[in-house]
Every structure is written in C-alpha cells, then in structure tokens.
Design a protein around this ligand. Sequence first.
Ligand SMILES: Cc1ncc(COP(=O)(O)O)c(C=O)c1O
Length: 396
Amino acid sequence: MPGFKGLAVPGPTNMPFRVRQAMDIPLEDHRAPDFPQFTLPLFADLKKIFKTETGHVFIFPGSGTGGWESAIANTLSPGDKVLASVFGQFSMLWADLCQRFGLDVDAVQAAWGQGVPLDQYRARLEADKSHSIKAVLVTHNETATGVTSSVSSVRHILDELRHPAMLFVDGVSSIASIDFRMDEWGVDVAVAGSQKGFMLPTGLAIVCVSEKAIEAGKSATLPRCFFDYRDMIKANAQGYFPYTPTTTLLRGLRASVDMLLEEGLHNVFARHHRLAGAVRAAVDEWGLRNCAQAPRWFSDTVTAVLVPDDCDANAVIKTAYHQYDLSLGSGLNKVAGKVFRIGHLGWLNELMIIQALGGAELAMLDCGIQIQPGSGVGAAIRHLSQAGQAMRIAAE
Ligand SMILES: Cc1ncc(COP(=O)(O)O)c(C=O)c1O
C-alpha cells in the first residue's frame, strides 16, 4: 500500500529520524579508550529522565521484562514476601514473574480498568507489623487497560505507616512520557524499556536503582548473573559494561535523551497530556467508553477503547491493519475482543493523532459500529485547537 504505515500501538512507538540516523553508523569498539567519554555523560543525563540525584541508572540488553527480573533478582531472597496488584496483563505478568522466582506474592486482584488498590495496599501494609513485606510493586501505567496509578500515593502510605518495604515501579509505558520522580517518590527500582517513551527499537531494559535497593542486594540470595547490578556498578564507574553492550542502541539512546531534554521533560509530559486529551475527546464523541474506569486513572500514553458489547474489537483492529495500514493495539487477555488500544506516546504530534483517530473511525464504520463519521476526529480537532490556543496565550 502506498504511503506511510500508521503505528498507533502503545509500543513499539514511532522512531524519530534523528534517532535512526544516530544508529546508522559502523559498529564500534566498546572497549575503546574513548568509549567512556560517550557513556559517562549518557549515564548522567539518563538520571535527569528518572529525576534522580542519588539513583544508579543501568542499561541492560533486554526488554521491560528483563528490567522486572533485574529488580527481583538483585534485591530479594527466595520466600520473601512482596505485595503486588493485578489489574491488567502487565501487572499480572510481573506478579507471575515474582511467583516463578519463588517469592511469596500477595497479589491483590482489582478490576481491569482500575488502578493500584490503595486502600488494600494500606490495609495489607498496616497489618504487616513484623515488616515481612519486603517489596511493594506498582505498575505505574498499565498498558493493557490504559490506566495510570499514583506512585506518590503508595509512597505516602509507606511513609505514614513507617513501613520499610522497597518500592518497585514498572514505568515501561510511563517513563519519558508521563511525569515520573524517582527521588521525590522514594522509588527503589524503576523499570523502563527502550521501545516506548524512549522512541527506540526494542532491546534495552533501562532501570534506575536506589542506594537502598543496592544495599538490600548485599544480603539478597536470589541467583543473578546477567542482570547483576554489582557487575554493572563496577564496570559503569569506568564507563564500560560487564559484557558486550548494544552500542548501536546506545547511540540511538543518546539521540533520544538529547531530544527529550531539548524539548524539556515538562513539555514532553504536556504534549502527551494534550494528545491524550484529544483521543479521550474522540472516544466520548463516538459514544464509546474508556476502559479506564475513572478520570484519575486515564493514561496519557495509551487509551483502551471499549467497543459496544455486540461488536468485536479484533475485527476493528484487523480492518484498520488490512484496509488502512494502521496498527491499533489489541486487547490482551481479559479484555481481548472488547477493546482496541490507541497508543499515544513517543514521537508524536497533533497530525499523527488525527490520522490514527481517522483510521480508527474508518475501521469502526467498516465493521458496522454506529458512530458519526468525523465525530471523533472533529472532537479531537476542537480539543487540540483549544489546547493550542491556551498554550499560545500562556507563552505570551
Ligand atoms: C507496563 C508494561 N510493563 C512491562 C512490559 C513488558 O515489556 P517488554 O515487552 O519490553 O518485555 C510492557 C510491554 O508492553 C508494558 O507495557
């Protein structure tokens, strides 16, 4: 089909030309004497993305799942208790990973479409007088349902109860797109991946680790090798890696971090919020529902759109793909067939959002879903026009 393919899934995301160009280079010697001149500033700038002064950022070859594994394997021992919550595919998989590692997982179940169940977290932590819970897991942005949870609220609960558990955050679909504050929220391990807000190909697990978590690692006995933070700390201090790094991706990461910092994180978050607002305006105008059950959970990186009960969301996704060269995200597990997802993160602007919404409308109409043609696109344009005007007035 002529023309660009539309990529409106919540990762992998669209890759900027600048990032592609940065990676279009010959392979290089990762033990070269001047390699640290490239890596050390990169490590330092990554700390700005995580908003940390005291944390360590590690870049592993891998993906978000590897980042989860690193958090567990480096800090905990078999049988340790962790408090998790399951309200979507990714929060479920992280809890499952913990179980497979032989941890004692208290996985609080919540409706898919809700966020971290704060009341239940508080009750569990309050009842844990002996402090047997060693880590609390938070999926900051549940990509399967388009739900963002409040990490700071979980921090607040831990502080209020003076509970010493570590706080682990899955920020795979939030970090570099939605506000995230490692130090301020007292996060002990934050996990990101390269293929979402960082606008890179898949292939890196980027984690940020607190001193407290490094300290916990000294007595933790789960086996670790590839993801061992101690090896990373040692090698990274000299600007090197304990094994062959993905130098090409690191060059891309350099460009992506530059782009994020040049735009300014605040502006990056504001852009995501503005574009997400356009998608939500479209969903409302279509007369459809957001899978996220309340505005406080609405995600600025992905919206899962519930189709009417008698419709099949997979048909919409297939039609968008085959007829219009547009990839929409599919519903996973419990919400399979019920939702299609629009990813709105990464290298994205107003026109790309309107294109994705137009494609979704075409596909829904082809599938017999009763929406008014142009209604969602129109609502998005109204939203973006108003938001743009407000921005211009604020800048004056
Ligand atoms: C919130 C979240 N966590 C974890 C993962 C797993 O990451 P990966 O597929 O990069 O291993 C994903 C993937 O989409 C995700 O969205």
